[in-house]
Design a protein around this ligand. Structure first.
Ligand SMILES: [Zn+2]
Length: 189
């Protein structure tokens, strides 16, 4: 074999191994981002706003990483504290969701679900998985027709949240919008 042939062979091998490397890396990277379909992106929370007669419902879906910085059951004292603080913030509705004053909305119920935090499984299980939190905030509004804006406090409460994807279903129309830190005013169609 001439030295040129050897060189060409090793080039081919190198190309082959590079291709393998790329194939190997790609699925790992996409698993991080898309563990639960397309929605689980760290730093992003999804928000659904529905207005039906006098009822205003705001639902959020967030990777726990965006709220806590970790996605497993708390193990250390600091992690337990972080979970407690986060749950308090979730229940502090007036800091998170401020419907336009003129609409005269009253918060009625809040429910927060985070199966990983509530699970009774041992903390060590499913370490590598991603996990979400969902929450639902209900309001009753005296003047829903005056609900032109809602101020959102998620960027202030949760430093890791960079972006909020919002879907609004109102009496007049539906809309999609994205709020990027630091913008916090949601305009309703
Ligand atoms: Zn995650």
């Amino acid at each position: 074999m001439s030295s040129l042939q050897v060189e060409m062979r090793s080039m081919k091998l190198l190309k082959k191994s590079l291709r393998c490397l790329i194939l190997f890396i790609a699925p790992v990277a996409s698993t991080l981002v898309h563990a639960h379909g397309n929605a689980h992106v760290h730093g992003l929370i999804r928000l659904n706003v529905a207005i039906d007669a006098k009822n205003l419902t705001v639902q959020i879906e967030a990777p726990l990483d965006s709220l806590l910085g970790f996605e497993h059951r708390p193990r250390t004292a600091a992690q337990h504290q972080a979970v407690e603080t986060m749950l308090k913030q979730m229940n502090n509705v007036s800091a998170l969701i401020q419907p336009a004053k003129a609409a005269a909305c009253q918060s009625t119920t809040v429910s927060v679900e985070a199966p990983v935090l509530q699970s009774s499984q041992p903390a060590a299980s499913k370490e590598a998985d991603h996990a979400d939190l969902s929450a639902r905030f209900d309001f009753v509004c005296e003047h829903p027709d005056k609900l032109a804006v809602i101020a959102l406090g998620f960027f202030d409460a949760f430093k890791r949240v960079q972006k909020i994807d919002v879907q609004v279903a109102g009496p007049k129309s539906q809309s999609k919008q994205t709020l990027k830190r630091p913008s916090k005013t949601l305009k309703l169609p």
